[in-house]
Design a binder for this molecule. Sequence first.
Ligand code: MG
Length: 280
Amino acid sequence: MEKWPIGVFASIDAGLGVKLEVANDLNIPTIQLHAPAKESRTAENAKLFLQKLSTYNITLTAVFGGFEGESYADIPTVVETVGLIPESTRAQRTTEMKEISDFARLLHCDVVALHLGFVPHETSSPLYQEILAVTRDLCDHCKTNQQALHLETGQETAEGLLQFLTDVERDNLFVNFDPANMILYGTGEPIEALQKIGQYVRSVHCKDGKWADNPGQEWGAEVALGDGDVGMENYLRTLDQLGYEGPLTIEREIPQDPDRQKLEIGSAVSLLNEIKQKIG
Ligand code: MG
């Protein structure tokens, strides 16, 4: 694959991503896929989807897990509902994440990713130990499918995430870096964070955001790529310095407004191509 192929976050049925047809219309060569709902994760559907990818000449680079009942309404709701942290859904979601890994295998995809949720900061707390155990279990399952597991960034500071990655002690655990999330969640300046965890970064989102007035307590605002506080040229230059050559996957989470979503993703493609040309 060429250096820095453009990508987009896509969905088959429900989900925050764009439809595959939109990626095709915009001539985007790679996608990350939001895992389809359980009833759609069949061998037959995997085959049909692979045919579609092949027709469109699109490469699938990661399958993202997501779960029913997750809500990103505000930061406290994320703590309570997202990922494998909430105890009442943990076992069931871990099982589902393994099924998503198996489905990704059917799609010949060697990267599975997810938002783990808010990992507690106190490394001695029982919850921290439980989350380590569940992450190891998931990494080991992915390994049997020859896959890596990528954790989406945002909910932890770079230091917190680095500590966690080290403590899990699995060689197929990496990071999907999302610079906008650092701003939206108020967990740290994204470029500094990227430099700190760079050795673990194996996939990235290109997304932009603006800081909240009270970072960490309320959401920042997701905006079109280039309009926010990330600094896209600086972002790509930093990825370049780290030796990252993988896909640049655009994420624009406004599925309620598909026309604007497509338009803004088109502009994001142009912006990224401009910067690529400049710093190649
Ligand atoms: Mg993201």
